[in-house]
Design a protein around this ligand. Structure first.
Ligand SMILES: *[C@@H]1O[C@H](CO)[C@@H](O)[C@H](O)[C@H]1NC(C)=O
Ligand SMILES: *[C@@H]1O[C@H](CO)[C@@H](O)[C@H](O)[C@H]1NC(C)=O
Ligand SMILES: *[C@@H]1O[C@H](CO)[C@@H](O)[C@H](O)[C@H]1NC(C)=O
Ligand SMILES: *[C@@H]1O[C@H](CO)[C@@H](O)[C@H](O)[C@H]1NC(C)=O
Ligand SMILES: *[C@@H]1O[C@H](CO)[C@@H](O)[C@H](O)[C@H]1NC(C)=O
Ligand SMILES: *[C@@H]1O[C@H](CO)[C@@H](O)[C@H](O)[C@H]1NC(C)=O
Ligand SMILES: *[C@@H]1O[C@H](CO)[C@@H](O)[C@H](O)[C@H]1NC(C)=O
Ligand SMILES: *[C@@H]1O[C@H](CO)[C@@H](O)[C@H](O)[C@H]1NC(C)=O
Ligand SMILES: *[C@@H]1O[C@H](CO)[C@@H](O)[C@H](O)[C@H]1NC(C)=O
Length: 783
């Protein structure tokens, strides 16, 4: 728009200013009484200035809703919505007012679209500091005719009862928004199960995919995290009339927190930490991919990658705009229709099957077991037009009909992974086109090869000069060009691992050195700062740290080059493939010690203390001799703000993050000590601490709390050991390691030992006392 002052435009602006000034004047206070109405940008504010009620529009949506949000929280966070499913477009001609003894929302054509529906007389609506919007008789201060606390949307505030009314046999429900820009009810909800004193999270009102476990007097059984935070007081109250969960925060003015059924399908507890923003204290289920059918039909969920959802090969996103809003529920659709019903086709044109490895199979209730041997499984599926996929095992053949839901891609070699064959149109497999292009390519290629050679020669000569110059700048680090790394990794074809910061690929340099190349994503650093940080990381060298040997920085392309570790990550040995060589106890002990020594170096011996921030079995690599090497250190500074965003969005409290991380206070090296302790539990058990629900839905105890109780009661520590070791371990060492892990995972960081002490204990130079049970693991046992 041209910025010439147009008199008519000016008048409009003035008129607008006048109007908004005028309308803002009309209302104030915390009450909508009989003669008042709320419209446009008007709001009411609770008496203590905690909550605001008014029209809002979520994100880029043009739709307006009546909602409630925090006054103090700078980022508008809506915690309650009146007209979830019936938005208005023009907030200035819509009104919220008292009408016929109700609080009613009228749309642009003065049609009521939302009402409290109690039909009383002389009422008024008051917004309370608790976040409760109440409708009551004008003179009365006690009897509430209606309250928003009884009509929850997706958020539970402190002080609000959440449960089941035994008289009306009705339970309350928190239902997620459809997506961050649409408050209409989404697919995920949490509801009480009064008979079990527990809560379940459901998909589409039917399929349960998470349970809190029963209330045991202090906490819900599967939520040991509940006892970590001193700022909350959780209770579950049962009487003749009702049973409900309620929580409070110790200082409501200081602590702003809520429980929200998030659009991600996880129940989250965010805490407001100014000025950083909302910090999610915990999420359930702990793993994003444990949310049922998160990625919709034919979508596949992969933990530890962003985004979590992707379409199977041969499928495309049903709605790109939904996916952009992180609403994956629409899933994916076929690029090419199946040919099944067309019996005239020659066999080469019949549907074929795509082989998918390491999949967690879709719900087995949706599959039927067919009594044929695995060899004829494929033809059984092919000959049944409603069959969309099959899997076969030693027990026979499973076939799926209808859309495939809840697919999960596990890491290569994961124990629970299976191979799934998904039906696709034959044309998806055809390679004819490609080979034609190849021929043309070759022809053109050979014609221009002489020219190319000349150009390449010139470029290489110039580049070599540049590299030589750059090498001097960056000390021992080699600066690679993107092309060189592309070539070394065969165009990034052999992926070693992935993560929030980027994927890692195997590569071979022209001099036959094997390298691991990490492609950084979303890096927020400028060129100069990036080089400075990389230079710092390059100078950190220790036998228990993975050496950075080079990097590439070409515009937005930022890559790090590391020594290749031939035995992969600790995670791949602990959690994958039952039969591949199991790490014996001696090796595990050496890995615990090596990792501790690497961390001591980072924490205490470097010029600047480096906090790793992301210690987990994926980041402990093993060289040819199974010597442990800590990988990925220094990334916190390199990635800048992106680092903590990725950490919290990827893992929340899943497993390794110390409580102080999540509470938003300053992080010290003791946060690494905590993560190290959590990792040691996994080193002992050979399974993930987060693995609570096994596949049959049978529930085992949270491993860290099991260890602590056994250690403290001098119970059978050998029973804690990875079953694959068949009891082969030094009992004394095992006891010591368990005790150390308990010390490392104390809630209070001052109770955790520094890593140098951990090394001394492991080396046998320091006695390990009996640890107190970390509060967060403490399990109330009724018998
Ligand atoms: C509402 O308006 C009527 C008429 O204008 C007036 O008599 C009455 O006192 C008003 N009520 C309130 C609560 O302001
Ligand atoms: C107001 O709501 C009614 C009933 O839902 C609807 O028919 C009408 O189109 C709405 N008016 C506008 C302007 O959207
Ligand atoms: C209130 O009145 C409306 C319209 O007369 C009616 O449809 C509704 O059922 C009434 N609600 C109650 C709770 O009485
Ligand atoms: C959810 O359930 C309803 C019936 O209860 C069904 O019509 C709908 O298709 C389901 N939604 C999805 C995404 O499957
Ligand atoms: C926690 O909340 C319950 C129920 O509201 C209350 O009875 C109890 O006194 C509270 N405890 C603390 C320590 O505030
Ligand atoms: C239960 O409800 C009855 C009336 O429905 C009431 O008299 C009684 O006080 C209630 N009990 C409790 C514990 O609230
Ligand atoms: C709550 O925190 C605020 C701000 O820190 C403080 O001023 C107030 O005294 C605290 N109230 C209580 C009851 O501790
Ligand atoms: C299959 O072939 C038969 C006979 O040639 C023909 O009548 C029929 O239309 C064909 N069906 C399809 C689906 O092409
Ligand atoms: C296809 O398989 C399903 C599941 O086993 C079965 O219910 C259905 O009858 C089969 N259809 C045909 C045509 O065989």
């Amino acid at each position: 728009m041209k910025m010439k002052t147009n008199p008519r435009f000016l008048t409009l602006v003035l008129l607008f200013l006048y109007l908004s000034f005028e309308t803002n004047l009309c209302l104030g206070g915390d009450t909508i009484s009989a003669n008042q109405s709320l419209s446009g940008d008007q709001t009411i504010v609770s008496a203590g200035g905690v909550f605001v009620l008014g029209f809002f529009h979520p994100g880029k949506s043009p739709n307006y809703y009546i909602g409630m949000w925090y006054k103090q929280v700078t980022k508008q966070t809506v915690i309650w919505v009146a007209n979830r499913e019936k938005p208005v477009l023009d907030r200035f001609s819509s009104e919220l007012k008292i009408s016929d003894g109700n609080l009613v929302l009228f749309n642009e054509s003065k049609i009521p679209i939302w009402s409290t529906n109690v039909n009383s007389t002389s009422v008024e609506a008051v917004l309370l500091d608790s976040g409760n919007l109440v409708l009551k008789q004008k003179s009365s201060s006690v009897q509430l005719l209606w309250e928003s606390f009884h009509h929850l949307t997706d958020t539970l505030l402190p002080g609000c009862k959440f449960g089941y009314n035994k008289k009306t046999k009705k339970g309350q429900v928190l239902t997620s928004w459809k997506n961050p820009e649409d408050p209409a009810p989404g697919l995920f909800s949490i509801e009480p199960v009064p008979s079990e004193d527990s809560f379940v999270i459901r998909w589409n009102g039917s399929r349960n995919y998470w349970s809190s476990g029963a209330w045991n007097g202090r906490i819900f059984e599967f939520v040991p995290e509940m006892s970590v935070h001193e700022i909350y007081n959780f209770s579950y109250i049962t009487s003749d009339n009702e049973s409900y969960f309620i929580y409070s925060v110790q200082n409501t003015t200081k602590t702003v927190s809520r429980l929200t059924m998030d659009v991600s399908g996880q129940l989250k507890q965010p805490l407001w930490v100014p000025p950083k923003g909302w910090n999610v204290i915990w999420s359930f289920p702990r793993q994003q991919c444990q949310v049922y059918a998160l990625c919709g039909p034919y979508g596949s969920c992969t933990e530890n990658t962003l985004p979590f959802c992707s379409c199977l090969w041969g499928f495309e996103r049903r709605s790109q705009s939904d996916w952009d809003l992180k609403d994956y529920s629409g899933g994916c659709i076929r690029k090419t229709e199946l040919q099944c019903d067309n019996f005239n086709l020659s066999s080469s044109k019949k549907d074929k099957f795509l082989e998918l490895h390491s999949m967690l199979l879709p719900e087995s209730e949706k599959a039927s077991r067919v009594d044929v041997n695995s060899a004829t499984c494929e033809s059984t599926c092919l000959n049944n037009c409603s069959c969309t996929a099959y899997a076969s095992d030693s027990n026979g053949c499973l076939i799926w009909t209808g859309d495939l839901l809840d697919l999960q891609q596990l890491q290569a070699g994961d124990k629970s992974g299976r191979t799934l064959y998904v039906r696709l149109a034959a044309s998806e497999f055809r390679s004819g086109k490609n080979s034609k292009w190849l021929i043309i390519g070759v022809a053109v290629g050979s014609a221009s090869i002489v020219l190319l050679g000349l150009i390449l020669f010139l470029i290489t000569r110039r580049r070599n000069k540049m590299i030589r110059r750059r090498k001097e700048v960056d000390g021992s680090l080699t600066a690679f060009s993107y092309k060189e790394l592309q070539k070394a990794t065969k165009n990034f074809s052999e992926k070693l691992g992935g993560g929030g910061f980027g994927s890692v690929f195997k590569g071979i340099l022209p001099n036959n050195t094997v390298i691991a190349v990490k492609k950084l994503e979303n890096i927020g650093q400028g060129e100069k700062q990036f080089r400075a940080e990389v230079g710092t990381i390059g100078r950190i060298q220790h036998v228990n740290l993975v050496r950075l040997c080079g990097f590439c920085s070409q515009g937005a392309k930022k890559l790090l080059v590391y020594d290749y570790m031939s035995n992969g990550s600790l995670a791949s040995h602990l959690f994958h493939e039952k039969n591949s060589n199991v790490l014996d106890w001696k090796t595990r002990y050496q890995i615990a010690l090596g990792t501790a020594r690497g961390l001591v170096y980072l924490h205490e011996k470097c010029r600047d203390c480096i906090i790793h921030c992301d210690i987990k079995p994926e980041n402990i690599l093993l060289d040819a001799e199974f010597c442990a090497k800590v990988a990925d250190f220094g990334l916190a500074k390199l990635m800048g703000r992106e680092f903590s965003r990725v950490l919290t969005s990827m893992r929340g409290t899943r497993g390794y993050l110390a409580p102080e991380w999540i509470a938003g206070v300053a992080i010290t090296s003791k946060a690494d000590v905590y993560s190290y302790g959590m990792m040691i539990f996994e080193l002992v058990s050979g399974r993930r601490n987060s693995e609570q629900l096994d596949l049959n839905g049978k529930v085992s105890k949270y491993f860290p709390s099991l260890v602590t109780s056994i250690v403290v009661e001098s119970g059978d520590v050998l029973g804690l050991l990875d079953l694959r070791l068949e009891g082969n371990a030094e009992l004394e060492e095992l006891e010591k390691v368990c005790k150390i892990a308990c010390w490392c995972t104390q809630d209070d960081e001052s109770h955790r030992p520094p890593m140098s002490q951990v090394v001394q204990m492991l080396e046998g130079n320091m006695e390990v006392h009996l640890p107190p049970i970390p509060r967060s693991f403490y399990f109330y046992d009724e018998n």
